[in-house]
Design a protein around this ligand. Structure first.
Ligand code: HEM
Length: 481
């Protein structure tokens, strides 16, 4: 059984203690809900709701088919359920996505489980709203805009070459997923924080993995719990980051670092209209969030793309031709540049198709900040709402949705149908960086290696993010280039 489910069960005695309070709120809610038109659906058991069913579907990586899909058929595109202790309304379809993503701060606000907030930190951008969110997002976008990232292409290319040299070369079999995690983490340490020591990176990545396991765990701080181990790891990360902060503040003061050199400097020098800068804790919370956002998602997208390319040789051949063409235009040893990345059009389509079929993030929670109406239903204030990428599997949005077909991205896709990066004011700030990480990696992979899947039937599970169950072992052959 999934660890998270075991935790749920072992904490049942604690749940019973709070049940009384909940029953009272349910009774008072029921008398209110008798008067309003709630969306159809089933809230499930008190507290637990339909969480176990949701976890079971996640564990099989069939949340769209077995959880959302079944309910869409039964209740329509908007329905209620009970997830992780909260009554929740799930919005599906492009219209539902547009509605939720466009009413951020007006009708809804991002809302994360208690564990996530405690572990990532209240100072991070995910917990900022309105003007504060805008200011922080401005600083982040100043480092992640396409024109700023242009200068990073050569550097990223070197980081990837070095990674292949150390971790792929000379091996018959490698585990793709842990390696793509190490690589994307290494590249964001370099881009965001300006440090590259492999031992320090591995130490930090190990701590991030521990925090990740606690992010969606049950928020009980007992010695054996995932949450306790995650809190310990977060303290260790803070110790590490605090040393970097002190060093960078000194370098900024003494002119050895500039305010624009990377995300770290920008966060440390960000001012509000009254001249206040972010506190150390806020800087750490944001660095932690960006590191998570930037490596766990891209690493999964890259690993899944390797899988699809092996399963669809015609797509692999087209990608190979694209990258051979790029190599042809270069002098021996010449680094990739921004123009080269712009020419990787088919590669990016294949990456988009990968994220359509296997989105690294299936959707995201919000909370209603007022009572509001949608399609004749009332969504009560305080309820959770969830936008989803279920459009990706909808035959009305994508013909033959189960097929891997990168060419479908030659045509423009209507807004809010393809949403691996979300939308609205909270749309992924790292889209351009993700694009770089994926395309440049694929360039080095296809031009240097052939690979085959050791276990073509390997499954994907969620723990807590989608993960190939065996780490995706592949057999490698080095090409003679
Ligand atoms: C394939 C890779 C990626 C995927 C699929 C992805 C997906 C997403 C999604 C769906 C959201 C919106 C969440 C919501 O609506 O609550 C988001 C937000 C965000 N992403 Fe990404 N992401 C990726 C890579 C990155 C990278 C490389 C960064 C670099 C820092 C990044 C930084 C962020 C940030 C900072 C936010 C929060 C934006 C805000 O609240 O204003 N992401 N991402």
């Amino acid at each position: 059984m999934d660890n998270t489910v075991v935790e749920w069960i072992s904490y049942s005695s604690i749940l019973i203690a709070i049940l009384t309070t909940i029953i009272i709120s349910i009774l008072s809610f029921k008398s209110k809900s008798g008067r309003i038109n709630l969306p159809p659906g089933n809230l499930g058991l008190p507290i637990i709701g339909e969480t176990l069913e949701f976890y079971r579907a996640q564990k099989r990586n069939r949340v769209f088919e077995d959880f959302f899909g079944n309910r869409i058929q039964k209740y329509g595109s908007v329905f209620k359920t009970g997830l992780m202790g909260s009554p929740t309304v799930v919005f599906t379809g492009a219209a539902g996505n547009r509605f939720l993503l466009h009413h951020e701060f007006k009708l809804v606000m991002s809302s994360w489980p208690e564990c996530t907030v405690n572990l990532i930190g209240k100072g991070s951008i995910m917990e900022k709203h309105g003007a504060e969110h805008k200011r922080l997002r401005g600083a982040v976008m100043a480092c992640l805009r396409a024109d700023v990232l242009q200068s990073f292409v050569g550097k990223l290319s070197s980081v990837i070459e070095d990674h292949f040299e150390r971790h792929w070369k000379g091996n018959d079999v490698v585990l793709v997923y842990p390696l793509t995690k190490l690589l994307t983490f290494t590249s964001v340490c370099s881009l965001f924080l300006g440090f590259e020591g492999e031992d320090e990176i591995k130490y930090l990545l190990n701590l991030f993995e521990k925090v990740l396991l606690g992010v969606f765990a049950f928020p009980i701080d007992l010695p054996w719990s995932r949450y306790r181990r995650a809190r310990w790891a977060r303290c260790k990360i803070d110790e590490f980051l605090l040393t970097l902060i002190k060093r960078r503040r000194r370098d900024l003061a003494e002119g050895r670092a500039s305010a624009e050199q990377d995300l770290f400097s920008r966060l440390l020098t960000l001012n509000d209209e009254d001249g206040n800068t972010l506190r150390d804790k806020e800087v750490m919370d944001n660095v932690v969030l960006f590191m998570f956002a930037a490596h766990d998602t891209s690493s999964y997208a890259i690993a899944m793309m390797c899988k699809f390319l092996r399963e669809h040789n015609d797509c692999y051949e087209q990608i190979l031709a694209e990258h051979k063409q790029i190599l042809k235009s270069k002098e021996p040893g010449e680094k990739l540049n921004w123009e080269d990345v712009k020419n990787m059009t088919y590669t990016w389509r294949a990456a988009q198709e990968t994220m359509r079929l296997l989105p690294p993030i299936f959707g995201s929670f919000r909370k209603a900040i007022v009572d509001f109406e949608y399609e004749g239903y009332t969504i009560p204030k305080g309820w959770k709402v969830l936008w989803t990428a279920s459009t990706h599997y909808d035959a009305d949005c994508f013909q033959e949705p189960q097929k891997f077909k990168p060419s479908r991205f030659e045509d423009s896709i209507p807004p809010y149908v393809f949403v691996p990066f979300g939308g609205g004011v909270r749309m992924c700030a790292g889209l351009e960086l993700a694009k770089l990480q994926i395309t440049v990696f694929i360039h080095h992979l296809v031009t240097q290696y052939d690979w085959s899947l050791v276990d073509p039937s390997e499954g994907i599970t969620m723990d807590p993010l989608p993960t190939p169950t065996k780490g995706m072992p592949v057999r490698l052959t080095k090409k003679n280039t």
